[in-house]
Design a binder for this molecule. Structure first.
Ligand code: SAH
Ligand code: SF4
Length: 430
């Protein structure tokens, strides 16, 4: 979502006459878009600020100015604290306030911190993108009401907010006209998307399943994905879409976090292991082509060896196509950060290493099962090598193909011949 927000902020600034630069020395403004989800990501801000303030000081010596701006979830959570910790920061904008930046730069007042919680104003202030990229992100929903006990999102992105269907549709149409063939619908909780439309004088609720159907009718749009969904919000209508909507890709990111019911309860996840496993079974039954990825947290306060083994058992049962796994990081203000039964770093490190080696093994096995198969690949751009193009399969696996003709933006059948690490080399199938 930060990637999407950065693009949107860039569009807004370009509309207001600014130009993007990759060179700090010539920049008048430096913007850091930050993540608060784990401590490591969050602390990165302060080391980056240290480096940036030196640029600012050097510019000052030669009579030039530089504005340093912090946005994103650290800005929302820490506000004034950032200004106190680093005096060279000029403004702090939370994720729901970044649209105000061009106006504040023009008519600066005395306020330095903007951390409004309402998304509505932001979405109506965004500028249509001029991007010609083949695969684009579109935020459809922000915030979260689930309050998992480890997670900072409800405190930084705020309450659940669903963007209007009209607004999303208009953005999708613009992106497809500009050349997009694939849209990934984004949100902290996309499966709880809900927005009203008036049809034949009556109010109708549009959910994620309806949105997938509406967007799939856009001519020229070939692929739809969504990210991230909570297992308890996946309804039968959405499953129905996975069965009949050929534009909806057969790959689902479905975070479980832990395989232990005891830990899931402490995490306030609202689902248990058997609910999760039966959901996976149900989805595979309606579409056997479906593959899954997940998120895992190891070393949650109080996690025993037995709890950890139960996570590994779920991994063995599902055999995810790919997954993310993280060491538990206590986040300020979250209920689990107040616990006192923290797990030893060494134990968490060992558990994470063990889990990741199994997840990686499964990912490789999943990929190897595609060797010599022909799959549809959507090419998004050039690779690093001469005449090389890069694309993705329906299951998001990267594929490299050599071709003297441009493949960019094309959806073509490719025979997957070789697997290096996690990406394939293939040949166009004739
Ligand atoms: N809404 C999504 C997740 C969003 S956050 C969901 O419900 O699953 C992305 C991932 O970061 C989470 O799935 C979780 O695995 C990880 N994460 C969140 N808070 C964390 C913390 N305090 N420590 C470690 N990992 C965390
Ligand atoms: Fe965080 Fe996801 Fe839980 Fe919401 S559902 S609190 S975003 S982990």
């Amino acid at each position: 979502m930060n990637q999407y927000d950065s693009e949107k902020l860039n569009d807004l600034l370009e509309f207001n006459g600014y130009k993007q630069s990759n060179n700090f020395e010539e920049s008048d403004i430096a913007i850091l878009n930050t993540c608060h989800i784990r401590e490591k990501a969050s602390e990165k801000l302060y080391s980056d600020l240290g480096r940036l303030s030196k640029f600012k000081e050097n510019k000052k010596k030669i009579g030039k100015q530089m504005h340093i701006i912090v946005t994103g979830c650290v800005a929302q959570a820490e506000g004034d604290e950032i200004l106190k910790r680093n005096k060279s920061v000029d403004f702090v904008f939370g994720p729901q306030s970044f649209h105000k930046l061009p106006m504040i730069l023009k008519n600066s007042n005395n306020d330095k911190v903007y951390n409004d919680f309402l998304c509505e104003n932001k979405f109506s202030s965004l500028i249509p993108s001029k991007s010609k990229e083949v695969s684009k992100l579109v935020t459809i929903q922000e915030g979260c009401d689930k309050f998992c006990s480890f997670c900072v999102v409800p405190y930084t992105r705020g309450a659940e907010f669903s963007r209007s269907v009209e607004n999303i549709y208009a953005e999708a149409i613009t992106l497809v006209k500009n050349g997009a063939k694939e849209l990934t619908l984004l949100g902290q909780n996309v499966s709880s998307y809900e927005s009203d439309v008036i049809k034949d004088g009556k109010k109708k609720k549009i959910r994620l399943s309806d949105l997938c159907q509406i967007l799939s009718e856009i001519v020229g749009l070939e692929r739809i994905r969504y990210l991230t969904s909570h297992p308890i919000d996946i309804d039968d209508n959405l499953l129905n879409q996975h069965q009949k909507n050929s534009k909806l890709m057969p790959f689902l990111h479905l975070p479980i976090q832990s395989g232990s019911d005891r830990i899931l309860k402490k995490m306030n996840r609202k689902h248990n292991k058997s609910f999760y496993l039966s959901l996976i079974k149900k989805i595979k039954k309606i579409n056997k082509n479906m593959a899954f990825s997940s998120d895992f947290i190891v070393g949650y306060p109080g996690e025993t060896d037995k709890d950890f083994q139960e996570s590994l058992e779920v991994i063995e049962k599902v055999r995810f196509a790919s997954s993310y796994s993280f060491k538990y990081s206590p986040r300020p203000g979250t209920p689990s950060s107040l616990k006192d039964n923290f797990i030893d770093e060494d134990v968490s490190d060992m558990r994470l290493k063990e889990m990741q080696s199994i997840l990686n093994k499964h990912q490789t096995e999943f990929n190897l099962s595609f060797i010599d198969k022909t799959v549809e690949v959507l090419f998004s751009g050039k690779g690093k090598k001469h005449n090389q193009y890069v694309g993705r399969t329906p299951h998001l696996q990267p594929v490299h193909v050599v071709s003297s003709k441009s493949l960019e933006g094309k959806l073509l059948n490719v025979k997957l011949e070789d697997l290096t690490s996690y990406s394939f080399h293939g040949k166009l199938s004739t």
